[in-house]
Design a protein. Sequence first.
Length: 412
Amino acid sequence: MLPKRGQDWQTLKRELEARKQSDADWRGLRTTVFVFNAGEDVMDVAKSAYSLYQSENGLGSGSAFPSLARMESEVVAIGLDLLDAPASACGNMTSGGSESIFLAVKTCRDQVRAGGGDTVGSEVLVPRSAHPAFDKAAGYLDLKVTRIPVDSDFRADIGAMRAAISRRTIMIVGSAPCFPYGVIDPIEDLGEIAEQHNLWLHVDACVGGYFAPFARLNGIDLPAFDFSLPAVRSISADLHKYGYAAKGASTIFHRSEEQRRHQLFSCDQWPVGTMETPSTTGTRPGGAIAAAWAVLHYLGESGYREKTQQVIEARERLQSAIEGMPSLKVVADPQLGLIAYTSPTLDIYAVSELMARRGWVSPLLDEPKAIHLMLSPQHLTVIDEYIADLVGSVEHVSQTNMTSTDVTARYN
Ligand SMILES: Cc1ncc(COP(=O)(O)O)c(C=O)c1O
């Protein structure tokens, strides 16, 4: 119930801090999901920029707040440059990966409709490993998602994707990388299919969009996944993940303005005249735009390369420790900051329970049963502790034949 009288901030602050006690202690670096911790200095930049623009509204960027329009276009230009986009390409900031994906699917659908196509029963083909945001978007947009099993490398199965195409298919999707396994789908091969059937190819680089380009600059050999492939029509890339921006910041990119036109919303059927918005929301938090702009400029290419290296080093150290433990097995062949591991002999969920008791918060996979980590730069400082706890947990489960009774950490 709303209190009859307001309370002072110090009291409320104490209350908020007390409430936080029951949450995951991500500052203690034992949470490997939900938070992307690139250090207190980066968070301070994001926080300060956010509060400078906390009250400004991106809805008014064309009239009252031109500085937000300028920052958004600079952020978009940075993303396009990182993703090797042609001069014709364009984009927008959104509130997150799910909204960017929604807009890609909606834009594709509306382009098909604008071309006279009937989208009743139309379908989006995605690898089984693609994010549920595609199903959410399809649900809202009255489309259907068909999930195609991945191949033995946990990547999109090109043969199966090709075989699944029908006259109802309007879009195919690849991830760079997918969340469950951290691998990049064979986007070039998906591109061939898309071109052959004149389909929209969307690349979900929500996780990799602001990470893979820096990994590549650091010398890591990654397959092509971005606009350098002519068949790629749109890309989603999250600033609030490995861009280290404040939450509420992602980008949706299109190969051309002609395409993006179908993303826009316009209505003149109310007493205030025409209202146009580029995304699903009306009000857009100025703070999220300013924080993303500030963090990009604070870190610069050298800062991102350094953070990327730290994440990769943490993942590699963990990966080689796991590979040295006969009862564990890394799932797939991760190349970026995500890693999942399973066990051919032990109940891996029991291992997860013991890790949770030691304070580690990590999601689980069902296919296969596995523990999943999405590493941040700061995890490099605790990865040896993680490995030591993992060795202890695995030993305990092997000695006691323990099985899981209670699955503690899920991705939701
Ligand atoms: C590959 C991928 N795509 C999309 C999303 C959705 O992003 P958001 O949670 O910002 O909506 C996620 C979230 O983890 C993801 O991992």
